[in-house]
Design a binder for this molecule. Structure first.
Ligand code: RIB
Length: 319
């Protein structure tokens, strides 16, 4: 039996939103109105989704620093986070709305999201809990950049590795980038941060962080750790809603790395979790447990198919 003292502790500092979701045949273009289906609400927010993914990955005690408003939207978010077993450090500014997100999901399972930050915008440097004892700090960019930077610098000073999912895409100050140990991005975010027109491999090599992982949707992901590159092809699933799949990847990967899982295995587990997250509607509702991921991986071929690996290597500019 694992001694709770030996269980890695991950702190996620980030956003929590209530997602208002409608499925439609396609995502409306500017000026267009589209008739969709019934609307649903789900607990979401990149920070909260990643915290749930970290907790459901198993083997990690997950804490979350978040801010909620004093309105009815806060309760379903808290219920979801508490149901996932998180330890919450909640800031409650008065007279401020809980963060909300307005999401259209199309029939190809892709989405378009607009976020009203609400209480998420109230997190400041002063809200960071004591860092000793945490094995990683995981953040995103849906809370103020000043808070993200202050938390990253505090973690760096305390010797706690910093994982940053640079989403939504924004330029990062050099002092923040220098404090990041693990940078998690999608292809667009990678190009924004690298500021290069070159290949994915060139962009990965250009960034100063020791470990950079780029997620490439259904294609899979590519990572650079020091001078070593890893590729993990995507798992084929019937996708109904990709919302939260990237968040699931981030949370699952940090949980695996916090447990010293070798990089190739950690990428495989995170990719499987992200694929499964696409098979159900909603963000936190679709994050799989480690049991579901283990069962899925047990019936998935290993090693990866050679021709798929080569196609991914070519796409990334590694071959
Ligand atoms: O990454 C998906 C999330 O982005 C949604 O849950 C939404 O709340 C926005 O934060």
């Amino acid at each position: 039996m694992t001694n709770p003292q030996d269980t890695p502790r991950v702190l996620v500092a980030g956003s929590a939103n209530l997602d208002f979701v409608v499925r439609a045949p396609h995502i409306p273009a500017p000026g267009e109105t589209v008739l969709g289906g019934a609307f649903q609400t789900f607990a979401g927010g990149k920070g909260a989704n990643q915290a749930v993914a970290c907790a459901r990955a198993g083997g990690v005690a997950t804490h979350m620093l978040l801010a909620l408003g004093d309105d009815a939207f806060a309760a379903p978010i808290e219920a979801s986070l508490q149901g996932a077993g998180l330890t919450l450090h909640t800031v409650r500014p008065s007279g401020v709305a809980t963060g909300s997100a307005f999401i259209c999901v199309d029939d190809q399972a892709e989405n378009a999201i607009t976020v009203a930050p609400g209480a998420n915008a109230c997190l400041t440097a002063a809200h960071l809990p004591p860092l000793p004892g945490f094995s990683h700090l995981l953040m995103q960019l849906e809370i103020p950049m000043e808070a993200v930077t202050a938390y990253a610098l505090a973690a760096q000073a305390a010797g706690v590795p910093v994982a940053l999912n640079a989403a939504p895409a924004q330029p990062l100050a050099p002092e923040l980038l220098a404090a990041v140990d693990l940078l998690l991005v999608n292809e667009g975010e990678l190009r924004t941060l690298a500021g290069l027109q070159g290949s994915i491999a060139d962009c990965l090599a250009h960034l100063p962080c020791p470990l950079v992982v780029v997620t490439l949707g259904a294609r899979g992901c590519v990572a650079r750790e020091g001078s070593s590159f890893y590729v993990q092809t995507g798992f084929a699933v019937h996708a109904v809603d990709t919302t939260g799949a990237g968040d699931t990847f981030c949370g699952a990967l940090v949980a695996a790395l916090a447990q010293q899982t070798p990089m190739a295995q950690a990428l495989r587990q995170a990719s499987a979790a992200a694929a499964l997250a696409c098979t159900h509607m909603g963000a936190q509702t679709s994050v799989p447990t480690h049991h579901a991921v283990a069962a899925f991986l047990a019936q998935s071929p290993q090693p990866q198919d050679e021709s798929s690996i080569e196609a991914l290597r070519q796409y990334a500019g590694l071959s």
